[in-house]
Every structure is written in structure tokens, then in C-alpha cells.
Design a binder for this molecule. Sequence first.
Ligand SMILES: Nc1ncnc2c1ncn2[C@@H]1O[C@H](COP(=O)(O)OP(=O)(O)O)[C@@H](O)[C@H]1O
Ligand SMILES: [Mg+2]
Length: 280
Amino acid sequence: MTRTSHLIQELEQANSQLLQSEKLAAIGQLAAGVAHEINNPIGYVFSNLRTLTGYVDVLLQIIDRIDDAESLGELRGMKQRLEYGYIREDVLALIGESEEGIERVKGIITALKDFSHIDETTFQPADLHRGLDTTLNLVNNELKYKAEVVRAYGELPLIDCLPSQINQVALNLLTNAAHAIEAHGRITVRTGHEGDRVWFEVEDSGRGIDPAHRPRLFEPFFTTKPVGEGTGLGLALSYRIVEKHGGHIEVDSEPGRGSRFRVWLPVTQPDEPEEARIPQ
Ligand SMILES: Nc1ncnc2c1ncn2[C@@H]1O[C@H](COP(=O)(O)OP(=O)(O)O)[C@@H](O)[C@H]1O
Ligand SMILES: [Mg+2]
């Protein structure tokens, strides 16, 4: 092996490792968000269960008294004293709210499962909207304080893709959008279909991109974020993923007004590659 090809191989290896670390960073970020999202419903479901335990205790007291009660009047008095009317209403409300909380946790776990096939290498027909919803669900924690999120979905066919990797692209575009917004803004996720291609885009009302930075956006390590906040690898990884799919990314931005990243993807892959590998 010549010295040059050896160097190239080392560079490629270093590059793969970097992309891997961006994935890990994204997963770390995700984990923090998910922990927060799950903690909140678990918190109130737990507190509801405590209250419900108290209510059940009261209801049992009343029922237990039926056999020994001197009179119906006594039971009626007891019902009133123990605020049966209020309990009756609140019980159902608490159960309903708890069910919603559990549903929410279930949703997050389903989304995490979708994300956990992170190293999948087989192209499969997938619903892009589902992927976007999953991703939005997961980054909700990061987005909700920053922006109003608007979904404007078109009609889309299923597309051949590596779903978890497309989710990664969406994740990065969404977090970049959130980072670009200083106080509070709007993030719009749109999709559309043209002939044998589909697209999805993330538009933000953030600070926009300095035209001088435009040519460097997809360079590994290019970041304008402080150390520790940006790796500069998100768009580089996204570029590679989209390229593997035979698609491309369009950028439109106006400093001070916002940016729009549009990802074009083919509906079908030419001939299912046996190993459609994104470097791991
Ligand atoms: N939506 C956006 N608005 C403004 N700037 C952006 C946006 N998306 C990306 N950028 C710019 O591109 C750079 C590279 O993005 P990325 O590769 O995701 O790395 P990172 O987010 O870690 O900085 C960012 O640091 C930022 O300067
Ligand atoms: Mg990024």
C-alpha cells in the first residue's frame, strides 16, 4: 500500500469516527429531551395514583359500612361527610388524565424504537410523515420553548429509504432551526411530491445564514456555535445520508429573516443495493 493510500484510509477512518460521534451527540441530546418528556407525565400519573388511593379508601369505607349501618340516613350522612360527590367527579378526571399521560409515554417509546434502528442498512418503503412526526415528538422538548411548530404536509407516497437515517437528518435540521431562533419564533415543516421525487423542508424564522458561510455549511467541523454546543458535523452527516439516498439538500436563507433547508429524495431506489452503507 502506498503512503498516500494509507493516509487516505486513515482519513476515511477518522471521518467515520467523527460522524459516529455526531450520532452519539445527537443520541445524548435526544436522551436528555426524552427523559424530560417522560418525567412529566410519569410525575402526574404517580401523583394521581396517590390521590386515587385515598379516594378508593374512602369509597371502601362507605361500602364496608353498608352491612353494619343503623340506617340509610347514616350512610347518606357518611357519603356527604366524606365528600362523595366531589370524589365521584374527580376519580374519572384523574383516571382520564392518567390514561393520557401513559399514552404520551407510549408514544415517546414508540418513537424511540423507530430511532433505535440507527444502524439499519436495508432500504425499505417508509412513510416520511411518520418519520417526521416521530422526530418532532422526540425534539419537542427542545423546540417547544423556542418556537411554534407548524406542520404543512402534502400528499406523499411511501419512499424507499433508511428510515432511521432520514430521521437523523430531520433531527439535525430541526435542532439547527431551534438553535437559530433567539427569542421565540416559528418552525415550519413542509412536505411535497413532484414526479419521482419527494421533499421535506424545515423552515425557521431565526437569524439566517451569513452568505460568507454558505459554501462551508456542509463541511465537517464547520460551526458558528460555541465550543460544546456545536460539533459542526450535523449537516455533514445529513449530506452524506441524503447523498446515499440519491437525493440532495437545498438551502435558502436570508440573514435576519430565517432559513429553509429542503431535502429532496427519490421515491424509489434504482436497484436495491445489497449493502447501502453509511460509514459507521
Ligand atoms: N437553520 C439554520 N439557521 C442558521 N444557521 C444554520 C442553520 N442550520 C445550520 N446553520 C449553520 O451551519 C452550521 C453547521 O451546522 P451543523 O453542521 O448542523 O453543525 P452544528 O449545528 O453543530 O453547528 C451551524 O453552526 C450554523 O452556523
Ligand atoms: Mg447541527
